[in-house]
Unconditional design. Structure first.
Length: 140
């Protein structure tokens, strides 16, 4: 009977580990994807207004250590990023300093769709019911 008890404990531990892995799978997939290569803003719609041109020329690089680099010409801006799983949704948190022209991108973006070279994100926390959209396109 001792063997059966150990088997149940081992099986339970394995089941818990599997469920924890399944819960983190979208987050791990997102982290692996965004840290590979460089990205550009393909679309940014703020309160229904297309502001994509404000980000033309910026190249973004998500580092595995949680730093986010944005480069345009010779200017380099530093930010941070992280991903979280919240209420069955995977979110990408982006933060740039309040003095940065990239501050508008500082949000908790919900992942709407992701492919190997594109991220479609939405922010519904504006309070006015308008959804902001951000589409990042992989460029290398």
């Amino acid at each position: 009977m001792k063997t059966g008890g150990k088997s149940i404990i081992a099986f339970s531990a394995l089941a818990i580990a599997f469920l924890a892995f399944k819960k983190q799978e979208p987050k791990a997939k997102l982290n692996a994807m965004v840290t590979q290569g460089k990205w550009k803003v393909n679309l940014y719609r703020d309160n229904g207004v297309d502001e994509t041109n404000n980000y033309t020329g910026y190249v973004f690089q998500f580092k595995p250590n949680g730093t986010l680099l944005a480069k345009k010409d010779n200017n380099l801006l530093n930010g941070t990023w992280r991903s979280e799983k919240e209420k069955k949704k995977t979110k990408l948190y982006v933060e740039f300093a309040s003095v940065s022209q990239l501050k508008e991108l500082s949000e908790d973006w919900e992942i709407i769709n992701q492919t190997a070279d594109s991220l479609e994100l939405a922010d519904t926390t504006t309070g006015d019911g308008v959804i902001d959209y951000l589409n990042l396109q992989k460029i290398s």
